[in-house]
Design a protein around this ligand. Structure first.
Ligand code: MV4
Length: 453
């Protein structure tokens, strides 16, 4: 096992990694920006090292600075958390070249799954259902129209180097296809440095359901069930839960087997997530694979009892998985609400100093946050300030615990989306589990029920 790990991240995930390292008896070094010099992760890690200025490009994304920090602190491994360098194959390559263990999959696996068009081909080869569409990146407008017509409108054009909803265009008819293709291609080129585009049939009213997998060096691979992430706005997830209200034991087994088949096909080692679309007829289709730990990993931990960060670290250290698929039991239900520093109506970021910060507690309540009273929420980073996670013996108990938690959570000094989360948790459609990727947009259209602050 490692003696010392450098954490190349900030906020709640940095704290989350520190906590598991303490349990494992591993020393931690937090690499931080000047803006985070007084943050909780800096105070709680065993060591800290400043890697650059407030702007993430000079610090959390600064590969040379982070590698140097790991070397001078004698760290053996780097945990990238999520975002920043977590899915940067060049960074994983450099870690390897410098004799540092990147706590994550191989650079080859990151690179392979980072090309979303390539990932589709690999999924198909592994026998995993994919949405009808193009097998290779589209050459030109002519081919785009051809493939779109074969798939049947509506279709969606996606940037091969995109992902997570970036660089996508929904196309409802033939007339829109040519201009949409050109616009999508230009956007992709400017945003990702690759203008490769692929096409899929657009699945309406789908749910976003993703499967957590783990793989070790011996080729043992398991799935840890699914998370339903359908409550999102502009591809920003607001609420995640496990299990999905739309997935029964049989579908879980089939989706889990598909996810494991894909992971096995690429010899995947580490923690990963396979995203699927689940249509209204209960059919599922591969969308993309995320080769990192995800924000919403706690709901999986709450229903499986498995510490995913601990497993990531053990796998990276070369240890074998200590359990098999049949050992994994799913018990109860867990929900996560992301608490963001933003206006609950306009969604504009709301940085500033938190004056009052009161957290809920009691049975089945977990809060992952690095925020605290008197802390400053910086404008330089993501607006998520806390994750409120509840667990119950069933979905309704998890909802009740989330409702009572949201009722007593107080954040003053900045605006937050807590009022919006309260509204969702009291919405009859959400309570029924009647959610799809268009759910939140529809709720926000219903202006008559103003968000109660
Ligand atoms: C889709 C889709 C429907 N059909 N692909 C969004 C995130 C990225 N992983 C892929 N995404 C989607 N891909 C096909 N073929 C629906 C989404 C999608 C979505 C689309 C429009 C508006 C909101 C959405 C929310 C989640 C997923």
């Amino acid at each position: 096992m490692f003696h010392k790990i450098l954490i190349a991240n900030r906020g709640e995930i940095a704290l989350r990694i520190i906590r598991t390292c303490r349990e494992l008896g591993i020393r931690t070094v937090i690499a931080h920006s000047t803006a985070d010099a007084h943050s909780l992760p800096v105070r709680l890690a065993d060591e800290s090292i400043c890697v650059g200025p407030d702007d993430a490009r000079g610090s959390y994304l600064n590969i040379a600075s982070i590698i140097s920090a790991a070397v001078v602190t004698d760290s053996e491994a780097i945990h990238p958390g999520y975002g920043f360098l977590a899915e940067n194959p060049a960074f994983a390559d450099i870690c390897r070249a410098c004799g540092l263990t990147f706590i994550g999959p191989s650079p080859e696996a990151i690179r392979l799954m980072g090309d979303k068009a390539q990932a589709r081909v690999i999924a198909k080869q592994a026998g995993v259902p994919v949405v009808p569409g193009s097998e290779l990146p589209l050459k030109d407008e002519g081919e785009a129209v051809e493939v779109a017509e074969a798939a049947g409108f509506p279709v969606i054009f996606k940037a091969a180097a995109g992902g997570g909803g970036r660089g996508m265009r929904i196309v409802r008819g033939r007339a829109e296809a040519t201009p949409a293709f050109a616009a999508c291609q230009a956007e992709a080129g400017a945003a990702f440095g690759s203008s490769e585009i692929y096409c899929e049939k657009f699945i309406e009213e789908a749910r976003h359901v993703e499967v957590q997998v783990l793989g070790d060096k011996n080729g043992i691979r398991v799935h840890l069930g699914e998370r339903d992430c359908s409550v999102q706005r502009r591809h920003q997830k607001l609420i995640e839960e496990s299990p999905s209200p739309a997935v029964d034991a049989d579908l879980r087994r089939r989706m889990g087997a598909a996810a494991v088949a894909l992971a096995s096909n690429i010899g995947y080692i580490g923690a990963g997530t396979i995203e699927f679309l689940l249509d209204t007829d209960g059919r599922f289709y591969f969308m993309e694979m995320n080769t990192r730990i995800q924000v919403e990993h706690p709901v999986t931990e709450m229903v499986t009892g498995i510490d995913l960060i601990k497993e990531q670290i053990k796998i990276a250290a070369g240890e074998s998985l200590s359990f098999r698929q049949e050992d994994i039991q799913f018990t109860g239900h867990s929900i996560e609400c992301r608490i963001n520093a933003e206006d609950p109506v306009t969604f504009t970021p709301s940085p500033g100093k938190i004056t009052t910060f009161h957290l809920p507690g009691g049975p089945g309540v977990r809060v992952d946050t690095a925020a605290h009273p008197e802390c400053k929420i910086s404008p330089y980073y993501d607006s998520m300030i806390a994750k409120l996670i509840t667990r119950g013996n069933n979905r309704m108990e998890a909802i009740s615990r989330m409702r009572r938690s949201l009722e007593v959570m107080v954040v003053e000094g900045i605006r937050t989306n807590i009022p919006l989360q309260r509204r969702i948790l009291n919405d009859p459609d959400f309570i029924r589990g009647n959610i799809d990727t268009g759910y939140l947009e529809r709720l926000l259209e219903r202006k008559e029920e103003a968000v109660a602050s």
